[in-house]
Design a protein around this ligand. Structure first.
Ligand code: GDP
Length: 513
């Protein structure tokens, strides 16, 4: 699947910067995106009505800027988690009357984790309570120091609502882009990322893609995520049909066989047969991943990679019950000294582990450490599906010891499956709102609530998941032992039949010498 190609340095051309807008809710991200779009129509397309295709381009001083039209760091990080790097610059919106808020800090950490430069738009300057100096002061604490205060972060006062300061903001974006010297080849094989996609009743699967290198043409065969197809038609952000799309240009394409996901990569292939093979292989791999055959980001993998010299950073996200304990954990982490390895704490916060933490971890190959906190239910599920290693501790000593020991190569953990017990389903009860509850008899070992379990029918594993409830009569039970009857349900799985076998198991770390 690796494409070997030689990019001739001579053919690299400047490309437009790709910008994502982030910031706290209600600080004006959407309003800012709207006012930028409406005030700076690209000159050649003046008068065109903007279509919502997930991204748009504006032009200022004869230069283009591409904006992703989905505000917020969730979209940004979801894409990054899928491997897409589709942001060159982040505009951090902070309301001048409200100042730095929790999601402002999250956005900063997400941008930093991605190594994306930040420009601060101090918004709502028209409001009587606007206090841009306070915003500057507060952001200093998060490492964003204004140029006029001796730092290197550009702050631009704007009013998204009154459309003031927009041109200055755009000029500053161009300035930062110039420093970054963004270039791409026009002649290489076109590739880029899916920004958004959906099924259109008339046109079939429709995907907005951002070309990042090369030139995409109508008629090209593309693979996007797990699907492929021939580009039948392309429409730009003005709703005009185009035949070609250059780097940093968003276009909506039709012709794919299925709907890809935001953040999926797309690549042009020479022939359709090869494209089909690549797409099918990916689909197979995804199914395998969904079944848990491979995991993406676990502490153990990271340790291995560190030991093998593949990565030098152990990325952590730390959530703690109170500020004091997060400080204490940070202090202790800083004392860990293992040569060649750097511990990078990408984000710290107080409170439960959230979906945003999981996304950041997934995108940054990080693990999440919870100190006296638990994941929110959604975050727990997302952690499982994204295969992010979430480690929960109550004692600092244990946390540090585990990380230190592993980093020093004392642990070389390999997982081994241990079957806890088996039970036979004797009866299935349909309960409205809950679904199917199975009545089972434990025939071997024991069943344990919250353990991993598979459902076996006629010797075939038809589901592999988690036992999420276990009851003895009406009471919740943590375990039910051999010889006892119990009621049970699987997490998000309902197809249970009489005669099925439930096999509970756990994965245990075995130390190898
Ligand atoms: P988002 O959640 O960050 O996308 O914020 P919105 O763009 O939805 O804006 C939240 C609210 O702030 C809306 O009522 C906007 O009209 C208002 N707002 C946004 N920008 C400005 C501004 O520059 N000045 C004033 N006065 N209000 C603004």
């Amino acid at each position: 699947e690796m494409l070997h190609e030689v990019v001739d340095q001579e053919t690299l051309e400047h490309r437009a910067p790709i910008v994502t807008i982030m910031g706290h809710v209600d600080h004006g991200k959407t309003t800012l995106l709207d006012s930028i779009r409406e005030t700076n129509v690209t000159a050649s397309e003046a008068g065109g009505i903007t279509q919502h295709i997930g991204a748009y381009q504006v032009e200022i001083n004869h230069k283009k800027i591409t904006f992703l039209d989905t505000p917020g760091h969730e979209a940004f990080t979801t894409m990054r988690a899928r491997g897409a790097q589709v942001t060159d610059i982040t505009v951090l919106v902070v309301a001048a009357d409200d100042g730095v808020m929790p999601q402002t800090v999250e956005a900063i950490n997400h941008a930093k984790a991605a190594n994306v430069p930040i420009i601060v738009a101090v918004n709502k300057m028209d409001k009587p309570g606007a206090n841009p100096d306070r915003v500057k002061q507060e952001l200093t604490e998060h490492g964003l120091v204004a140029e006029e205060w001796g730092g290197d972060t550009i702050f631009v006062p704007v009013s998204a609502l009154k459309r003031e300061g927009i041109d200055t903001l755009l000029e500053m974006i161009l300035l930062v882009a110039e420093v970054a010297d963004l270039k791409a080849s026009l002649s290489s094989r076109a590739r880029g990322s899916v920004i958004e996609a959906q099924l259109d009743k008339g046109r079939g699967p429709v995907a907005t893609i951002l070309v990042q290198t090369g030139t995409l043409r109508v008629g090209d065969v593309v693979v996007a995520g797990n699907t492929f197809g021939k580009v039948r038609a392309m429409v730009n952000d003005r709703g005009r049909r185009v035949k070609e799309a250059y780097p940093s240009t968003p276009v909506e394409i039709v012709g794919l066989g299925d709907v890809p996901s935001a953040g999926d990569p797309f690549v042009v292939y020479d022939d359709e047969r090869q494209a089909r093979q690549v797409a099918e292989r990916r689909a197979g791999r995804q199914r395998a991943e969904e079944l848990g055959a491979t995991s993406r980001v676990t502490l153990d993998d990271l340790y291995k990679q560190i030991q093998e010299g593949e990565v030098k950073d152990l990325n952590l996200i730390l959530k703690a019950d109170v500020h004091g304990s997060s400080e204490a954990v940070l202090g202790a982490l800083q004392k860990i000294d293992v040569s060649g390895v750097r511990i990078r704490v990408l984000h710290t916060g107080v409170g439960a582990i959230t979906e945003s933490d999981i996304l950041l971890a997934s995108a940054s190959n990080a693990i999440v450490i919870g100190f006296n906190v638990r994941p929110e239910p959604n975050a727990q599920r997302m952690g499982e599906s994204e295969k992010v290693d979430v480690r929960l501790y109550r004692v600092i000593y244990n946390l540090i010891e585990e990380i230190e020991a592993a980093l020093k190569g004392m642990l070389d953990p390999v997982y081994k499956e241990v079957v806890l017990g088996r039970a036979e389903i004797r009866q299935v009860f349909k309960v409205s709102k809950i679904g199917n509850i199975a009545g089972a008899m434990v025939q071997e070992g024991k069943l344990v609530r919250d353990s991993q379990a598979r459902l076996i029918r006629g010797g075939v594993v038809i589901h592999d998941g988690r036992l999420d409830s276990l009851k003895r009569f009406k009471d919740d039970a943590r375990e039910v032992a051999f010889g006892y009857e119990c009621g049970l349900t699987f997490e998000r799985f309902n197809d249970i039949k009489e005669g099925d076998i439930v096999e509970a198991y756990k994965m245990e770390v075995v130390k190898q010498d």
